[in-house]
Design a protein around this ligand. Sequence first.
Ligand SMILES: [Zn+2]
Length: 256
Amino acid sequence: MLNIQAVPALIDNYIWLIHSVDSNEIIIVDPGDATPVIKVITEQHLSPVAILNTHYHYDHVDGIAELVDRYQLPVYGPPNSFVPRLSTSLSATDKLSVHPKFPDFEVLEIPGHTATHIAYRVHDMVFCGDTLFASGCGRLLGGTAEQLFNSLQQICSLPTETKIYCGHEYTQSNLKFALKVEPNNIAIKQRIEDSKKLRAANLPTLPTTIAEELTTNPFLRCDQAEVIQAAQRFTGTKLTNPLAVFTALRAWKDRP
Ligand SMILES: [Zn+2]
């Protein structure tokens, strides 16, 4: 058992702290800002042991240097020279043993949002950065639509109860788009209500689960008739496979 704590950062990022249960040791995932992490560490008398990074974007790495200087932590991440202080670059074949107080992590290669993007899986949890969001997915900022499509499929092939810890609180805006794509989807309507309540109480809408995503995330529903029809209305052409539908949805959502 591990406990997970969300540290809200920057505008809408979450830095995830993975707590070992019987000690004060933590692992920090994607510190885009050191200040809120140092505050929590100090207030709760925590002892950080490592940083896990999913991808190189500033809002996932900008706190790394300060945290490493202060706590002398190893930094794990994808093979990308823009990840500061990277001590070990990881690929999908690696089993990551961070510290004796923590179980091994499995590394997933999930390119698409960026060309090198990884996720960390431990027990029934996945830390997936900006690849999968609640009812949405990352934008294409370096990878291809096909890569992102395949990465999402890879994540969704995990057991449906798997908890997904995403990099941003984007759920409400994603759900607006999801409802545009599937105006008759009851699960989306219910999730809009649930998210409203959570956000009104200043609580994260995360983690999500694969089961929830399979019913409310249009980007994972590219084989559903209503989603195909909506995507075809957007492109004005017949879309003959799920990747084409996915590519159309991504372009539609990106439109200002
Ligand atoms: Zn990003």
